[in-house]
Every structure is written in C-alpha cells, then in structure tokens.
Design a protein around this ligand. Structure first.
Ligand SMILES: O=P(O)(O)OC[C@H]1O[C@H](O[C@H]2O[C@H](CO)[C@@H](O)[C@H](O)[C@H]2O)[C@H](O)[C@@H](O)[C@@H]1O
Ligand SMILES: O=c1ccn([C@@H]2O[C@H](COP(=O)(O)OP(=O)(O)O)[C@@H](O)[C@H]2O)c(=O)[nH]1
Length: 840
C-alpha cells in the first residue's frame, strides 16, 4: 500500500503518445535488440520536456515485428527506457506511408492531395483511411492497457487524429491534449480532404489543442467554423456548449545540451578537423530530412544562381547538405531523392574542379556530436523550407554559434520565422534570386551586424526552451480541463412556453426586450436582402397589440441605426435603442444620445496575450495598455520584420480575441492599435430601464421580464443583467464600497432595485439558436419567438383591436415553406469579416 508521504511525492503520470518513440529499434538476434535515437524535431523537442512528470512514451518502435519472442524481447528493452511499443504490423504501410505521409502530410503543408489512381494500385484513399483508423485503434488498445486513473494523455501530431475521440469514448474523464507539430493549412486546402469533417470532429473531442504559431491556430479555427459550422471564439472552438481550447505553444530546444556539447573535447576535435578540411572556404550548411517540404531543390537552385552570378566566390564557398533519409517507401520521397541527386550532380559538374566540389551532399544522418561540430563551424545556415511546423535545426544552429556568430538564412514559411526573424535573413524559398541574394548578403555581412543578429536570436533560443513548451502545455491542459468541465454543465434548456405565458398573464408590469436582426426581421434566404431589413409581416398585429397594452413595455435593442429603426417601428408605441444603445428613443419618437458608462472589455485579455506573444518575438517592439485600448508599437524594431509580424498579429486578432468584439483596429505606420467602441446591449438596457422608469413615473415594480434575441457574444450580458443574483450582488458590492462608487451609480442601482421585483422566477432570457450562451433558455429559431409573442398577445384580455391583423400570422405559420431565420443568420455570422488569413 502506498503511504501518505509516498502518495504526496508521487509525480503526475504523463502518457506521451506519438507515432514514433524517441528510440528506434534494430534487431540484433532472435531476442535481442539495439536501440538508437529516432531522428526528427518531434523527438528532439520532447526530450527537453520537464522531468517533473512520471513520463511514459507510447509509440511505434520504428520496425515491424511479427513474432511473439521478438515482440516480448523488444517490449522489455523498451520498458527500461519508459517506452511502450505499439506494433502496427499489417496496417503500417497503408497507415504510415499511405494515409499519414502520402495524404495528410502534403495537405498540411499546402502541397495538395495526390491524385488517387484506382487502376494501378490497391491503395485507395479508402483503404488507407481504413488502415489509419485501425492504427489509431491499436494505439488506443495499448493506452487502455497502461492507463491509470488521473493520467494525462498528450497526443502528438497528425498520425493520431482519431485517438482523442476513441479515448473519450472509452473514458470521458481522461485529460487529453493534442499538439500538431506540422503547420495547419488554410481551410481552402483542408477542404479537399475527403474525410475532413470526421477528422476535425475527432480532434475537437480533446480538451486542449496546441499549435506552433498563431497562423496555424487561426487556420485551424477558421477551418472548423467553415467546414463544421461551429463557433470560433477567443478561447477556441465552441460546439453545442463544449469548449475545445485552442492555443499557441511554440516549441523550443534544450539549448544547454548543444552549448555543452560544443565544449566537449571530442566535438572540439571534430571542429578542428572540419575547419582544416574547409580551410580558405566559407561553409554554408543545410540539415534537413530529405522531404519535399524542406525545399532542398530550391536551396540548390538558389546556390547555383549565386555561383553563376558571383564568379569570385566560386572556389571560396562550399554547401554541405546533410539530407537525413526519411519515409523511403513513399513514392514522392523516392522521386525527390533522384531530383536532388540530379541537381547536386549538375551544379558540381558546372562549378566543381578536380580538387573541389561546391556541394557536399550526404544521404545519411549524422551523430549528435558531429552535428554540433558542423553547426559550430558553419558560416551560414541555409533553411529553405517550403512550409515547416517550426524547424528546430535553426534553433540548434544558433545554440552552437556562440563563438562564430554565423548568419541564419531562414525561409519565411517555417514556423521559426516568427521567432527568429529579427536576427535571420528571411527569404521566400520559391524566389531563386532572393535566395541567391540572401546567400551573398550573409557571406558579406559585417561582423558587427552578425553579432547583433546572433545576440537577438540566441537570447530567444535561451529563454524559450522545450521545457517551457511542455510545462506551458500541461499547465494549460490542467486549467482547460477544469474550465470546460464547468462549462458543459451550463448548457441552457429549452423554453417552458406555458410557464412563460402563464406568468405573463398574471403580471402587472411587464418588460419585453427584443433584438431586431434575426429576431423580428423578415425571414430571408438571400444575403443581399440584409441591405433592406423589414419587420417580419407576421408580427405587425402582434407587436401593435403588445405595445398598446398598458401593462407591457416593449423595447427593441439593435445595432442598426436610428433611421432604420424609425422607419420600421415608427408607428409603434415602442422604446428603441439604436447602435447598441448609443441612441435611445422613447415612445414619443424623441431620440437622445448616451455616453457609455460601462463597456464590455472581454476582448482585452486575449488581445493582451497576442500583443505579448508578438512583443516577445519582435525585439525592440513594445505594447502599451490602457483600460479600453491597447497599442503594439514596432517603431524601434527591424522595419521589414515588424511589418511581417504586424500582418500575422492582425490575422490572429481577427480570427481570435476581437472576432466578436466591438472594437476599432487602427493600423499605424509602425503600430497596431485596438480600442473599444460603443457599448454592449447589457449596459444599454440599464440606462433604458432608468429612462423608462423616469419617463413613465413608474410606481409599480416591473414584475416580469422576457428578453430574447440573436445576440453577439459581447452582447450576451443582456441576459445576465436581470438575473436576481447578479442584481443583488451588484447592489451589495456597491453598498460595501460606497467610498469608491459614485453617488450617481449608487442612486441608479437603488432606483433599479426599487422598480424590479423578479424574485418569483418571472425572468426569461432566451437565446435564439445559440448552444453556448449566458441565457437561461434557448430556442431553435426566431420562428419560436414570433410564435411566443403571438401567444403572449392573445394571453391578455387587454389586447387592442389592431390585433386582428395577426390572424395573418396563423395562416402563414401553417405554410410548410416557412424558413427558420437561424439558418440564414448562421451563414451570415460566418461571413462577417471573413477574409481567409493569407500566408506571408
Ligand atoms: O517520424 P518521421 O515520419 O520520420 O518524421 C519526423 C518528424 O517530422 C515532423 O516533425 C515536425 O516536428 C518538429 C518539432 O515540432 C517541427 O519543428 C517540424 O517543423 C515538423 O516537421 C513530424 O511532425 C513528426 O511527427 C515526425 O516524427
Ligand atoms: O542526422 C540528423 C540530423 C538532424 N537530426 C535532428 O532532426 C531534427 C529536425 O527537426 P526539425 O524541426 O528541423 O524538422 P523535422 O525533421 O522534424 O521536420 C533536429 O532536432 C535535428 O537535430 C537528427 O536527428 N539526425
């Protein structure tokens, strides 16, 4: 039995699940195996993750094993390294070479879906997709065997998109995080994937989804909103009340491992030999898996152009390219190998001599110490990825360059460009001329500039290690899990229509607060019609009856302007709030202007986080925050890099924290400013109520409130405004802190507490078609609200003659062609400000 002390000191168990284990196995006998480190950034990154967890790895051991003796022996060897193997056997080829690397990988890297060829292969999308699912189930089985209650499961990458769903189906309580190491593409590209929706839906069952950059995260959110029709908020994705948090966690390396390695005598020796070998020449280094996304042909073409145009450099420079073999069984990778060999041969043939070759191309991986020696002696590191999740090689080069301070030429399409762009020369790898010029600039760069650029990047690499990445992810997962658990319990219920009607008829002073667009407007199917908003014709009589009822006050709250509301509601005895309450009109038709006292500032924290992220990654930029505005300033930063960062920052702001907020964004010459405009409907309603009480000289308290609309998230405070507990807590707070509260606001609260008497549950807040809402109740469409208003109008004996018009309503209501409003509204909401983020 575990003692109390032991259980306190027990470390949190973490199951890291990735396609590849950190070690790959090679069989050395019937029951003996040798293990060596797997190549690739994912493994390098995870090795740096904090040791405070009791970590176990679950993954493929890099080899097929079919016999029991072999499997048992390998499992035993791996157990010593805290690794648990998943044997993929017959599904491996179609899962890994097929679906993962032949289909998903190109899609994720904007390379398009390869054509399916039924005639010449037995591998179709479908057979590979089936194998992919089977492989994901094999991972599930191994996890189930090893799972202990309370374990955190951290799933990695595109190989395991179905695993979150399978795991949640097995046990909904498991904390699941998922991190994508590759980029996520624009929705236009992801849309081409035949099984796109199932894959997205499965990933969304996880609690936390992580990406390297804001760009990838916003692509993902946009893809989900477009393909699945779910809601994207500053927190992530909301679907039927379930929140899946989406956040950005840029990976790092363990810089000290590289810094220390460069001091080892063995590495120093290798450095001396390499320097001797390349004496009198500048060394340009490339280290990449031999993958299409790494842009090795583009690198060679850029280098060829450089040699063409700079004769004096021809025998003074050498390009050393380490091309680590990868995914050799995927046809595209085989083609790439021949292409790269062809290019290297051509360039060496054109510019080489008997004694020297411009390109040293190696088709192999190198050991860690030799890699560090290469990084340390290189003058220029050339990274020309066409698209890359992060590119850790760039970080590793910088960590090894403390003495030499060489130059990093970095593709703007690598995730690393967002963090190392200030010190690197950024290039578009597709532009051969630009690559050639960047090589020249790097080779000729004065020492002072090299020092400064290196200093900026070294500082970043040191302060953002992989440990921080892992810690940040897990701590966010803890928080997210607790929050989403709480949120699920708050899903609102359907409206109890009978209760609403009965309480209405028994009340003496009722207040109906209604939204306009999507609530009272005419249902329509054509987006252009929005320009000419009309009142739903079925409501004319109903609304007149309600407005003329002396026991009922009707208020319409809209973001539309005064003119539209005047035109539509001019004939009604109604209160109007235009532009979200900036203007108020009483029943006599007189408009007054209001200066907002309170604003919804929910967007501020999210915006601050984005500003902080970019400030951190843009040396010499800074941001200033006041209560209602934030300014990010990059006037002292590198102009080009600052502009590129500002573009990325804006993309993320629009897709995330300010997507639903009432803010103005001002892009200055060297700054981006976000500030609040106007106010929310929740704030407006308080002032409207005050005005109603004053104008009507109301003595009977309002004893019934019905509030409904299709409101933006920022306006949802309208639903909580009348909640008795919110009102009373506001009031008691105001009373306690009298010294700080203005007399005016205390008087106002007292006024409201005197005129409201909603204790008997006579408060109905009803959202239209929103699953995730602050309202108590939800209805499917505006049709339900129209129907209810009609019933309220007839529920009361004091209805006026004009009500006969609403017989119209009943006839039309029976019409089967009636289109609920919400369908249209949803499409429209997705279209607002919906420019697809573009890549730099
Ligand atoms: O396991 P393989 O199929 O041999 O491929 C190796 C890994 O390649 C990918 O790495 C990515 O992760 C890096 C760290 O986050 C990132 O810097 C890089 O840009 C990515 O390409 C892949 O995502 C891994 O799953 C593979 O293991
Ligand atoms: O022979 C080699 C050369 C490089 N690497 C490592 O492979 C990783 C490559 O990661 P990166 O993020 O640059 O790209 P990925 O290959 O994961 O797409 C880096 O950590 C390198 O140190 C390796 O394991 N063997």
């Amino acid at each position: 039995m575990v003692s109390y002390d032991e259980s306190c000191s027990k470390r949190q168990r973490l199951l890291v699940v990735a396609n590849r284990l950190p070690v790959s196995a090679k069989r050395t006998g019937e029951n003996s195996w040798s293990l060596e480190m797997s190549p690739g950034g994912l493994v390098s990154g995870l090795l740096g993750v904090a040791a405070e967890f009791e970590t176990k790895w679950v993954g493929w051991p890099g080899v097929d094993v079919y016999d029991v003796v072999g499997k048992n022996a390998l499992s035993k060897s791996l157990a010593d390294m805290k690794c648990i193997p998943v044997f993929l056997e017959e599904v491996f080829d179609q899962y890994y070479n097929g679906y993962c690397n032949g289909i998903l990988w190109p899609i994720l890297h904007h390379m398009g879906l390869p054509q399916e060829d039924h005639k010449h292969t037995n591998k179709t999308y479908q057979t590979q997709y089936d194998a992919y699912k089977k492989a994901n189930r094999k991972f599930l089985d191994v996890i189930i065997e090893n799972y202990e209650e309370g374990d955190i499961v951290w799933i990695h990458d595109y190989h395991l998109l179905f695993l979150p769903q399978y795991l949640k189906e097995y046990n909904n309580k498991i904390k699941i995080g998922w991190f994508l190491h590759s980029p996520f593409p624009s929705s236009e590209v992801f849309k081409t994937l035949p099984s796109r929706s199932e894959l997205l839906r499965s990933v969304l069952t996880a609690d936390l989804l992580g990406f390297h950059t804001y760009d990838f995260a916003s692509h993902f959110v946009r893809t989900c909103t477009r393909i699945l029709g779910v809601e994207g908020t500053h927190e992530g994705i909301v679907d039927h009340g379930k929140v899946t948090r989406v956040a950005v966690f840029p990976i790092g390396i363990d810089p000290n491992r590289f810094i220390k390695a460069c001091e080892l005598p063995e590495v120093r020796q290798q450095m001396t030999e390499l320097k001797k070998r390349f004496a009198g020449k500048k060394v340009i280094l490339g280290v990449d898996r031999l993958d299409m996304i790494k842009g090795i042909p583009q690198k060679f073409l850029g280098f060829e152009k450089f040699l063409e145009e700079n004769m004096d450099w021809r025998d003074k420079v050498v390009l050393v390219q380490i091309a680590v073999p990868t995914r050799n069984n995927v046809p595209e990778y085989q083609k790439l190998k021949s292409q790269v060999h062809g290019l290297a041969g051509r360039i060496n043939g054109r510019f080489g001599s008997v004694s020297s070759l411009p390109i040293h191309h190696l088709d192999c991986s190198v050991d860690f110490n030799f890699l560090c020696a290469l990084y340390a002696i290189a003058d220029v590191m050339l990274v020309t990825s066409l698209r890359d999740g992060m590119n850790l090689v760039s970080y590793e080069f910088i960590a090894c360059q403390e003495a030499k301070k060489g130059v990093l030429v970095l593709s703007e399409f690598a995730g690393a460009a967002q963090s190392l762009g200030a010190g690197a020369i950024l290039v578009n790898p597709w532009d051969v001329t630009e690559v050639s010029s960047a090589i020249k600039e790097a080779l000729n760069m004065p020492a002072e500039e090299r020092d400064e650029r290196h200093r900026l990047n070294f500082q970043y690499v040191k302060t953002h290690p992989a440990k921080k990445w892992g810690d940040d992810f897990i701590s966010e997962l803890h928080d997210t899990f607790t929050e989403s658990d709480m949120k699920i319990k708050k899903i609102p219920v359907g409206l109890p229509q009978q209760d609403v009607i009965q309480r209405y008829s028994k009340s003496n002073n009722r207040l109906l607060i209604l939204g306009f667009f999507g609530t009272l407007t005419e249902p329509m199917n054509n987006q252009n019609e929005e320009l000419d908003l009309k009142l739903n014709p079925e409501l004319k009589g109903t609304l007149k009856a309600l407005c003329n009822d002396p026991k009922t006050t009707v208020v319409v709250l809209s973001r539309s302007g005064k003119n539209i509301l005047d035109k539509i509601f001019g004939e009604y005895n109604i209160w109007l709030a235009a532009e979200n309450g900036m203007f108020l009109r009483d029943t006599t038709g007189e408009w007054v202007t209001n200066i907002p006292e309170n604003m919804n500032l929910d967007w501020v924290d999210g915006t601050k986080n984005v500003f902080k992220y970019f400030t951190d990654r843009t040396p010499r930029s800074f941001f200033e925050a006041s209560e209602t505005s934030l300014v990010w300033n990059y006037e002292n930063a590198d102009v080009e890099f600052g502009r590129a960062q500002a573009r990325d920052l804006l993309q993320y702001l629009w897709a995330g924290p300010i997507s639903n907020a009432s803010v103005d964004v001002v892009r200055g010459n060297h700054s981006v400013e976000v500030h609040a405009v106007g106010e929310t409907k929740g704030v407006a309603v308080g002032r409207i109520l005050e005005e109603i009480v004053r104008k009507k000289s109301m003595t009977t308290p309002v004893d019934y409130v019905f509030c409904s609309g299709y409101f933006l998230e920022k306006d949802e405070d309208i639903y909580t405004f009348f909640k008795p507990e919110v009102m009373s807590s506001k009031l008691s707070h105001e009373t306690r802190s009298k010294s700080s509260a203005s007399n005016h606001s205390i008087k106002k609260k007292n006024l409201l507490s005197n005129v409201l008497d909603l204790k008997k549950g006579n408060y109905f807040s009803v959202a239209i078609g929103q699953a995730h809402t602050k309202a108590r109740y939800v209805v499917d469409s505006s049709h339900d609200v129209v129907d209810l208003l009609h019933k309220l109008a007839v529920a009361d004996t004091t209805t006026s003659d004009s009500f006969s018009e609403s017989e119209d309503y009943q006839t039309r209501n029976a019409n089967a062609d009636w289109k609920p409003w919400i369908n249209y509204v949803k499409i429209r909401e997705l279209a607002v400000g919906d420019t697809e983020p573009v890549d730099i």
